[in-house]
Design a protein around this ligand. Sequence first.
Ligand SMILES: Nc1ncnc2c1ncn2[C@@H]1O[C@H](COP(=O)(O)OP(=O)(O)OP(=O)(O)O)[C@@H](O)[C@H]1O
Ligand SMILES: [Mg+2]
Length: 341
Amino acid sequence: MAKGLDVGTMNILSAQQDGTDTVFVQQRNSFVEIEYSDMAEQMLSRSEVLHIRKDDKVYVVGDDALNFANIFNKETRRPMKHGILSSSEKSAIPMMKLIIEQVVGEPAYRDEKLYFSTPADPIDSDLSTLYHQKTIESFLSDMGYDAEPINEGMAVVYSELADNNFTGLGISFGAGMTNICLSYYAVPVTKFSVARGGDWVDEQAAQATGTPVDKVTSIKEDEFQLDFQTDVGGVEGALSIYYENLLEYVINQIVTEVDEEDIEEGLDVPVVVTGGTSSPDGFEELFRDHLEDANIPFSISDVSHANEPLYSVARGGLVAARSDEDVDHGQEEEAEAAASE
Ligand SMILES: Nc1ncnc2c1ncn2[C@@H]1O[C@H](COP(=O)(O)OP(=O)(O)OP(=O)(O)O)[C@@H](O)[C@H]1O
Ligand SMILES: [Mg+2]
């Protein structure tokens, strides 16, 4: 056994192997604070709703937060921002702890290997990811896991580029960030993030059209396509404009950051894109078009889109954890064999 965990600004997911299947458990990284009342207590105690009570408040956490926010006419709050623990949310740590515990569950045995995703430091802001990473690591260690961080872009390479010797450029378009990693034979050569993703697209489109952000997010997730044929002046038109701007911005950062010297001579690099923000129809094509137009200082063999964009990072963490566990077992067996000689 071993587990992968994707700690994302909008979604937290675990992955583990069950025979030939990979099983995922997912929760929205969100919560709502409601006044404690008998009604709330009754509703909550009879259900499977993830919640904690503190003094005269009840916090409903994860996927149910949005439903409760609607019922009680409250706003949801988010423990993370731009890929890391939010410094402006004082309840971030207990909420994250609860969601992570629910999503990964107890370890199957003490020191079960678990790889959790962590973003690279962004090149376009001074955010540091270290505090976030160490905090998540300590939750998982307290639970009894042998927890290791894995760079989010590297997790994409583990998940999607196994057939190419874990060599290529992995890009995860998330909610709070976009993470990019160039890997050579499973060794990260260049990794960085930009502090823009789906949340940025939503905020910009909301501001431009005077629409509430939550409304923009649900339009985007429900029916939106990147076909540039619809809705000039409406929310979908604004979403298209900011989507295109995000792609151009990310590609420009790749041109600046990935140096020719990083790439072995004569090597064609495959590129794989994933993450929730890469979901709309038309995303892959738009990305490919913009990449072709850009002055990329290396040769690209192929651009592909992950089949299940929300699952790539958790799956990559699982692949890394399982191969690490195999190495450990191999060493134990060698040690045992040596001892019995
Ligand atoms: N069908 C969809 N169409 C468009 N956008 C979507 C869709 N589904 C999810 N998203 C967007 O994808 C983003 C969430 O993606 P993902 O779960 O990969 O991010 P995350 O890992 O939580 O964030 P990060 O990696 O930045 O910390 C959100 O902005 C969400 O609105
Ligand atoms: Mg992510």
